[in-house]
Design a protein around this ligand. Structure first.
Ligand code: NAD
Length: 327
């Protein structure tokens, strides 16, 4: 298949490598000409995915020069807040029958829309979402992984499943796009909270409590929006939550650790050096929780820290001091 991957960060690079090794014709669209030139010459993404060779078959082209009218599949591998801008670039250039696949995990600030909603609104094409416990650093090394491709049109999900699945990446389909995308977004603030707990020197009990109660609030908000319950116990739900909250690769968890060490949110994001989706997602969830009248205690505490109204230590007292509840 002729595939265009927009975004040459860590996930775009790893995903493009994976597709290229599946014998697809892959072009990565970069933001700048300098990036395209460097990636084509070095065949390594030193900034975002060091130590992993990118196959010779991948073409790298800057947005200013790229043509995508021959692409059968357009992949959005950019931060959630950039999806609208990228979709606006895609809209007049794409083939009318091209498939759209979002890899982004978050909600757009302001509109509170999911990436596939933004893509559909801007390009007029329905979009599928890929989400699951998939660290680029591991997919880039062909470590066995599993993921979910969600589309309201299950035949599209099945077609993309055949395109993406490989020896080291098992792909499941799901038609609960809302649930799959919401899970992928909502686990990030929980990972920030876990990182804060780790950074404060707490242990496995604290981490397990935050993850479990985090899943409870993710499920609560997801169900209120209309997601399906089973999605939360799937790869895009608990699977991704486990990976993000326990991994050394997780930027959101790392950002939480930095906050616990006294960094401001801006300092933490700068030190991580790549998009920390958990920060904007926390703000979006704060608004979504109000819209749906749902309580998100863990995410709300992260929100208070990002707003500078609470320290990570304060959050411990707040969470432990909540009124007693039934599980
Ligand atoms: N890294 C992972 O392991 C991983 C895994 C699953 C999902 N994701 C999700 O994929 C998305 C991208 O993550 P990433 O890790 O690749 O981020 P990254 O920070 O490594 O890279 C982001 C890329 O997007 C490009 N970009 C940013 N704004 C742009 C714009 N306006 N127009 C064009 N390009 C733009 C940047 O140049 C960069 O190449 C995020 O939503 C993330 O949550 C990441």
């Amino acid at each position: 298949m002729d595939v265009v991957v927009i975004g040459s960060g860590s996930w775009g690079s790893a995903f493009a490598r994976h597709l290229s090794r599946r014998d697809h014709s892959v072009t990565v669209v970069t933001q700048t000409v300098a990036e395209a030139t460097e990636l084509a010459e070095r065949r390594e993404n030193r900034a975002f995915l060091p130590g992993i060779r990118l196959p010779d078959g991948i073409a790298f082209v800057a947005m200013a020069e790229a043509e995508i009218d021959a692409a059968e599949l357009v992949v959005y591998a950019v931060p959630t807040q950039a999806v609208r801008e990228v979709a606006a670039w895609v809209a007049p250039r794409r083939a009318a029958d091209s498939l759209q696949l979002s890899l982004a995990k978050g909600f757009e600030l302001g509109s509170l829309e999911r990436p596939t909603e933004v893509i559909r609104e801007v390009t007029g094409a329905p979009a599928a979402a890929l989400s699951g416990p998939n660290h680029a650093e591991e997919i880039g090394r062909d470590m066995p992984s599993a993921t979910v491709i969600a589309s309201y049109d299950i035949t599209v999900a099945e077609r993309l499943q055949r395109v993406v699945a490989g020896d080291s990446l098992r792909v499941y389909t799901n038609d609960d796009v809302l649930g799959v995308e919401s899970c992928g977004a909502m686990k990030n603030p929980i990972a920030v909270a876990v990182g804060m707990s780790d950074g404060l020197g707490f242990g496995d009990n604290s981490r397990a409590a935050l993850m479990t109660r985090g899943l409870a609030e993710i499920t609560r908000l997801g169900l209120a929006q209309g997601a399906r319950f089973e999605t939360f116990s799937g790869l895009a739900g608990i699977g991704d939550l486990i990976a993000t909250c326990t991994s050394r690769h997780s930027r959101n968890r790392r950002a939480g650790e930095l906050l616990a060490g006294g960094a401001t949110p801006d300092e933490a994001a700068a030190l991580v050096g790549q998009v920390v989706e958990g920060f904007p997602t926390t703000y979006a969830l704060h608004d979504l929780a109000a819209r749906y009248g749902v309580e998100l205690p863990v995410t709300e505490n992260v929100h208070e820290v990002l707003e500078g109204r609470r320290t990570p230590s304060d959050c411990v007292a707040v969470l432990m001091g909540r009124e007693p509840k039934r599980e």
